[in-house]
Design a protein around this ligand. Structure first.
Ligand code: HEC
Ligand code: HEC
Length: 212
């Protein structure tokens, strides 16, 4: 699986984030619980995930518009050191270790109501068309179900099914490839879904989803 190399600038961002979160946690006694703490923690998250969770770099997924249930579950999987892809191990294990359940819930609810990042069409028309067909119809007979059936007609997500619309194509493709590695404990449905997918199909559907 391609791993985003941890550049020194990213290392610095992580160091600053952990210091920032430690300071937020240390002052938690002055605050009235998860929502207050989350309000401060959001500035730390923004250093990587962008303002309001609209990420400018494919190294970091956008969080804006993601259903709260999905985000909360990922943060708990990171904290339990269960979602374990290299990039998440390097970044999100440390970040999530400092978050309690109330703060996780408040963060998840904050991102759920942020305006999502706008779609960006990149790549030739035929690639986007191929991706759209896969998203809407799956590939009957080869075990690939229509993505829309779980992720929503416009890939807007719901409950435990993540929003995919407008997400960075490179991030989506990394996840699609990664589901075969069993490093995502809640990726069972996606492991079955991606087992029959070719690299080209992953590229096409990721490009289409980023364009939404
Ligand atoms: C130093 C950088 C950095 C900081 C700070 C950071 N993250 Fe992350 N986050 C990452 C990286 C890197 C990934 C995973 C990228 C990958 O898998 O390709 C990630 C992944 C995630 C995911 C998974 C998204 C998905 O679609 O499954 C969530 C949720 C998340 N972060 C929430 C947060 C929250 C909330 C905060 C603040 C409390 C935060 N992050 C702070 C770097 C960071
Ligand atoms: C049977 C339901 C189902 C179908 C069909 C399905 N998915 Fe998923 N998908 C899920 C669930 C559930 C998750 C969340 C896994 C987790 O919590 O770790 C997920 C997660 C993902 C993720 C990770 C998102 C992130 O932010 O990290 C991607 C990418 C994805 N699906 C793409 C697709 C594509 C593309 C298709 C169609 C080819 C598809 N899915 C079809 C249920 C489904």
């Amino acid at each position: 699986m391609p791993v985003f190399p941890i550049r020194s600038s990213a290392r610095r961002a992580l160091g600053a984030a952990l210091l920032g979160l430690a300071a937020v946690a240390a002052s938690a006694q002055d605050m009235s619980g998860g929502t207050d703490i989350a309000r401060r923690a959001i500035h730390v998250c923004a250093a990587c995930h962008g303002e309001g969770g609209r990420s400018a770099s494919a190294a970091y997924p956008s969080l804006a518009g993601q259903p709260a249930q999905y985000t909360a579950r990922q943060l708990k999987d990171f904290r339990a050191q269960q979602r374990a892809e290299a990039d998440n191990k390097a970044y999100m294990w440390g970040v999530s270790a400092l978050l309690d359940d109330d703060t996780i819930q408040a963060l998840a609810e904050y991102y759920a109501v942020q305006a999502p990042a706008p779609g960006r069409a990149r790549g030739p028309d035929r690639l986007l068309k191929e991706g759209r067909r896969l998203f809407e119809d799956g590939v009957p007979g080869s075990g690939i179900r229509a993505c829309a059936g779980c992720h929503g007609e416009r890939a807007e997500g719901a409950a435990g099914f993540p929003r995919l619309a407008g997400q960075h194509a490179d991030y989506l493709e990394r996840q699609l490839k990664g589901f075969s590695t069993r490093l995502r404990p809640h990726g069972v449905l996606m492991r079955a879904e991606t087992a029959g997918m070719t690299a080209q199909q992953m590229r096409a559907v990721a490009a289409y989803l980023q364009s939404l």
